[in-house]
Design a protein around this ligand. Structure first.
Ligand SMILES: [Zn+2]
Length: 240
């Protein structure tokens, strides 16, 4: 069975940027697993810090929110609690990610783009996700499970795409699951300011889905979209 693995630096990232892809996958009976390297406890939980919560409390809050969002999306979720701001790249953390690849055997991988001048944790997560993918492919790498194939990697859309060298060369129609994405976003009140922003973005990407699909598909007026960027070339037997 095909499966989706989402490597997310912080607890909320997978929701804003990839909830549509996750909900589409699970609605079609596919397995989806979210791997959160940290809770985003220091860098993406400003509201909770202002309310005087402790680090332990904030981690618990963010875990609960992300679990609820994953539940809405029908996805599994695992937290590695590797710490954020900064998210440290270590061989141990990469090894833990390799083991998740070997267990999930994903047919598709989603993660952050490799550039983000506003947030060093995001490219760090991407670098580790990519390195772990390559290591998981090696038959000689010492981790349980079979060597990984060559699942395509899609970068999901960063908050400020132009500055992150993000060019949306894949547009995903998420219209059938947009309400599910909205419900998942509403599981994250710690970042309530993002709900409308990412709903508006889905509308704009939806316009581009329609424009690039052309009129023959007859997509509806309210088409909603998510943008992705492929890292590796698409392999195909015919150009279509
Ligand atoms: Zn983040």
């Amino acid at each position: 069975m095909s499966s989706l693995l989402v490597v997310s630096a912080h607890a909320g990232d997978f929701v804003w940027r990839a909830a549509g892809a996750i909900a589409l996958a699970t609605s079609r009976g596919r397995r989806a697993k979210v791997l959160c390297l940290s809770f985003g406890e220091r860098g993406e939980s400003a509201k909770a810090w202002r309310e005087g919560k402790s680090l332990t409390e904030i981690k618990a809050i963010r875990r609960g929110e992300a679990e609820a969002a994953a539940g809405v999306l029908g996805a599994e979720i695992e937290f590695l609690d590797a710490g954020d701001y900064p998210l440290q790249e270590t061989p141990e953390l990469v090894d833990r990610i390799v083991r998740v690849y070997r267990e999930v055997n994903p047919s598709v991988v989603l993660t952050h783009p490799l550039a983000d001048p506003y947030n060093g944790d995001h490219p760090a997560a991407a670098r580790m996700a990519l390195q772990a993918r390559v290591l998981a492919q090696a038959i000689g790498y010492d981790a349980p499970g079979d060597p990984l194939g060559a699942p395509p990697v899609f970068f999901f859309e960063p908050h400020q795409p132009e500055q992150c060298d993000f060019k949306p060369n894949v547009l995903l129609d998420i219209t059938p699951v947009f309400e599910t994405k909205r419900k998942a976003m509403e599981c994250l009140p710690a970042q309530q300011h993002m709900w409308e922003y990412y709903s508006d973005l889905a509308k704009r990407r939806g316009v581009q889905v329609k424009r690039n699909a052309g009129p023959n598909l007859g997509l509806p007026h309210n088409t909603m979209g998510e943008a992705y960027m492929r890292l590796y070339p698409q392999v195909t037997e015919e150009l279509a």
